[in-house]
Design a binder for this molecule. Structure first.
Ligand code: ZN
Length: 368
């Protein structure tokens, strides 16, 4: 896949001052104040085509945190790719303190195939930290970890729901690390899920390495959702301001943080029977135990089966499929003791999003 700039070649070379802070990625050195791109080698496809992971680096002149923002660990999750594309075009980065390492597409083979999974059907997010001798995915994970992740102090990993399953903009964090929660609160997502890590996931590796991280989910796979794209971009910028990598917005008071809905428990409501699925409740709405969420209807007109909610909470994910088999996951619920308060919090964030940074494209000209 062609990289965003000349491979292995740093642009805008400006001589580094005395305080050299070396940042070398795949053999390319970036001095403080320097920006550029590098293609990290990953391996070869069957037709001997070289696979590389394009990476864009922005180094501030002043030292500070080193933030990696990555997307498409699952190759069909495109919203984050677009958020990063917009991020790395922003002139605002000229004021950067510390370093930004942007990786718009981590799982390049899966992205090319428009698939969540690697060519051997493995999930890259179960292969971290990878190895030099394992499968293609393990090698990819190893390159990403050794060239990028280990050199970072903070990481934001952008995801979406699965195909035909939309997620409300939300964050997942590993419990027990205060800095993760602080990053999440700075991101200002309406919902924060404290979720345990799974073996082999990037988040599990980052937890072991004590690298502060948040994982964003918004929208669905293979579908560009403008609200989720903007939400993620705004959140990343707010985290960068929180980490003092970017100055506060001029003439504006620091945005008031709204309390997020924090939940440690989520579950899926499943279709009790197969049929045509008719949802009644949209994303972000409060639900209470016993409420009717929707129905599955026998296409021959004999039976309508309601789907009842098992617990108090808010809807954070929902299938967009018209047909459900018996047992299909149809509503993702985050449980909370005060669903109506949670819904108000979510509604406030939706309103704010509308007039926030939708104008980024026109206000921030291309760097080229
Ligand atoms: Zn994902």
């Amino acid at each position: 896949m062609p990289g965003p700039g000349a491979p292995g070649h740093a642009e805008v070379a400006k001589p580094a001052s005395a305080a050299e802070r070396p940042l070398k990625i795949a053999g390319t050195s970036f001095a403080p104040g320097q920006s550029g791109s590098v293609d990290v080698p990953v391996g070869y496809l069957i037709n001997h085509e070289k696979i590389t992971m394009p990476v864009t680096v922005h180094r501030g002149r002043k030292p500070g945190p080193r933030l990696c923002v990555c997307a498409a660990v699952h190759g069909d999750e495109i919203n984050g790719v677009e958020s990063i594309r917009r991020l790395i075009r922003m002139q605002l980065l000229e004021k950067l303190r510390g370093d930004l390492i942007a990786v718009p597409v981590v799982n390049v083979p899966a992205f090319l195939a428009r698939s969540r999974y690697l060519p051997d059907r493995r999930d890259l997010n179960r292969l971290f930290p990878g190895s030099t001798t394992g499968s293609l995915g393990a090698r990819l994970a190893h390159s990403f970890v050794t060239e990028i992740v280990r050199k970072s102090t903070h990481l934001i990993d952008l995801h979406t729901g699965a195909v035909n399953r939309a997620n409300l903009p939300q964050l997942r964090i590993s419990p027990g690390r205060q800095e993760n929660l602080e990053m999440a609160q700075a991101f200002d997502a309406p919902v924060i899920i404290k979720a345990p890590t799974r073996p082999g996931s990037l988040r599990a590796y980052l937890k072991r390495r004590k690298i502060s991280t948040i994982m964003f989910e918004g929208g669905e796979a293979l579908r560009l959702d403008p609200a989720s794209v903007r939400f993620a971009l705004r959140g990343v910028l707010q985290v960068m301001r929180h980490l003092e990598m970017l100055p506060a917005e001029k003439g504006k008071e620091a945005p008031k943080k709204k309390p997020s809905v924090i939940s440690s428990n989520t579950y899926w409501e499943r279709a009790p029977r197969g049929g045509v699925f008719t949802p009644l409740i949209p994303l972000g709405r409060a639900v209470s135990k016993g409420a009717v969420l929707g129905s599955v209807n026998d296409p021959f007109g004999n039976r309508v089966t309601e789907i009842s909610c098992q617990a108090d909470g808010v809807v954070i994910g929902r299938t967009n499929e018209a047909i459900a088999d018996e047992g299909d996951a149809v509503f993702h619920i985050a449980t909370t003791s005060d669903p109506s308060k949670a819904e108000k919090t979510i509604r406030r964030s939706e309103v704010d999003l509308g007039d926030d940074i939708g104008h980024t494209e026109t206000e921030e000209p291309l760097r080229e």
